[in-house]
Design a protein around this ligand. Structure first.
Ligand SMILES: Cc1cc2nc3c(=O)[nH]c(=O)nc-3n(C[C@H](O)[C@H](O)[C@H](O)COP(=O)(O)O)c2cc1C
Length: 210
């Protein structure tokens, strides 16, 4: 092999390695849209992540979906949906901290809130919405009247830390998966529809003032 060709290949190889180091483990490539939407979640067992992806799909795939540990640049987004997973009846503390630390950047951009819980495998309903959305997430985000939804999620013991796994074993808990894609898609549509209502009402208000 000629020295020049060898060097060229070597440089390309280094470039590829550098890129691989910067690669994201999971990146949803959203459909082109004039609007800048993001879903932000925190997860242990992955159901809050899957719910986020399916919510975006319900909106026509226009939102990019991030684990908050990726620390996305919030200035890029105009519309944000936040999802938190539940442990011991609380929204994950990292999500709460993240909301507090990014209050300024999130202000006026929150369009939807969701939580994912186990609820002893009973369907989550209005009581869980009040507990996890109205009395926690909505208050942390300082919003009211944005669509909110609680989904049933899952437990995958292989993803839990040793201490938690031990507790789960003592409680004789087994793996389960109750997250339903259809519910997440419908919630994505509900969020988009709420935005349309907002736009219609704003236009009507302006017309009335003229
Ligand atoms: C240690 C532990 C505590 C939990 N506590 C609750 C709880 O108090 N209430 C509840 O409804 N679900 C509880 N769950 C179930 C989780 O909310 C459920 O697994 C959910 O899917 C987690 O979201 P994730 O898949 O995004 O991590 C708990 C799960 C674990 C592992």
């Amino acid at each position: 092999m000629e020295r020049r060709t060898f060097l060229k290949l070597g440089v390309t190889g280094i470039g590829t390695m550098a890129l691989a180091d910067n690669a994201w483990a999971l990146k949803l490539y959203p459909n082109p849209s004039g609007k800048k939407w993001a879903v932000l979640y925190h997860t242990w067992c992955g159901s809050s992540r899957d719910a986020g992806i399916w919510i975006s799909e319900g909106m026509g795939g226009i939102a990019d979906v991030f684990d908050i540990r990726e620390n996305p640049d919030l200035k890029r987004f105009d519309h944000i949906i936040i999802g938190g997973s539940i442990r011991s009846a609380r929204i994950n503390s990292s999500m709460r901290k993240y909301i507090e630390e990014n209050k300024g950047l999130l202000k006026g951009k929150i369009r939807g809130l969701y939580a994912v819980c186990g609820n002893n495998r009973r369907p989550a309903g209005p009581q869980q919405k009040e507990m996890y959305i109205d009395k926690q997430l909505a208050q942390f985000c300082e919003v009211s009247n944005v669509p909110g939804k609680v989904f049933n999620g899952r437990i995958t013991q292989g993803l839990l830390d040793r201490e938690t796994l031990e507790l789960m074993k003592q409680a004789k808990m087994e793996d389960y998966d109750d997250l339903k894609r259809a519910g997440c898609l419908a919630f994505g549509k509900e969020i988009l529809d709420s935005m349309k209502w907002l736009a219609i009402n704003r236009t009507a208000l302006i017309a009335r003032m003229e």
